[in-house]
Design a protein around this ligand. Structure first.
Ligand code: G3P
Length: 217
């Protein structure tokens, strides 16, 4: 499973990229607004840090303007992935861009039917939002299972990019299902490393080693 980080915080991206665990970055207009930076500069900066796919979302709602925005965004770097909303215009843009060899991430997916449309439109990634479904008492992970089944049935090349992740078990469950990518907040990526028995075991090892009075170096 590939790990993307869902943030526009440059310091977080630099720090986590150094762990070797970051395969890509996803942003959205809310995260971009939170960064306080000019959007195009922000995307350029992220693309220079992470060589994998960096999702940059169009903000127009109509096809023609989406395509104009995509033309600007795709010039920033070769690893820019154009993010479009799951609307008729967004999927039309997805079809045009993917036919032109551009990576497209279709976002705001909440149903298997929508995911099927995105795959037919040639999306590189579909982003189903598990956390937001869980938030309304629905089952986000059931959606991931459904989409993976449908994509496997037809050998679609679209990768399932699990989004709106809230905690490590979302990632574990998605990995068990076989989803291709998880995009997570930096704090969730850090949580993946943690286990109290690792801390406890390491402390015991270090205490015993100290008693030997030795040093490897
Ligand atoms: O970037 C899309 C998605 O990951 C947003 O997550 O936490 O705002 O539901 P969230």
């Amino acid at each position: 499973m590939k790990f993307f980080i869902d943030t526009a915080d440059i310091n977080e991206i630099k720090e986590l990229a150094a762990t070797g665990m970051v395969d890509g970055v996803t942003t959205n207009p809310s995260l971009a607004a939170k960064s306080g930076k000019k959007f195009l500069d922000l995307v350029r900066e992220i693309c220079a840090i992470v060589p994998g796919p960096v999702s940059a979302e169009v903000t127009a709602l109509d096809y023609a303007t989406m395509m104009k925005e995509a033309a600007v965004l795709r010039k920033i770097a070769t690893n820019v992935t154009i993010k479009v909303p799951l609307t008729p215009d967004g999927l039309k843009a997805c079809k045009s861009l993917s036919s032109d060899g551009v990576m497209v991430n279709v976002t705001l997916c909440f149903s298997p039917a929508q995911a099927l449309l995105a795959a037919k439109a040639g999306a590189s990634f579909i982003s189903p939002f598990v956390g937001r479904l869980d938030d309304i008492g629905s089952d986000g992970m059931a959606l991931i299972d459904d989409i993976c089944t449908i994509y496997r049935n037809y050998d679609f090349k679209t990768e399932v990019l699990v989004a709106s992740i809230r905690h490590p078990m979302h990632i574990v469950e998605a990995a068990k299902i076989g989803a291709h990518v998880s995009t997570m907040p930096p704090s969730t990526l850090r949580q993946l490393f943690n286990h109290p028995l690792t801390d406890k075991g390491l402390k015991a090892f270090m205490d015993d080693w100290a008693k030997t009075g030795q040093s490897i170096l």
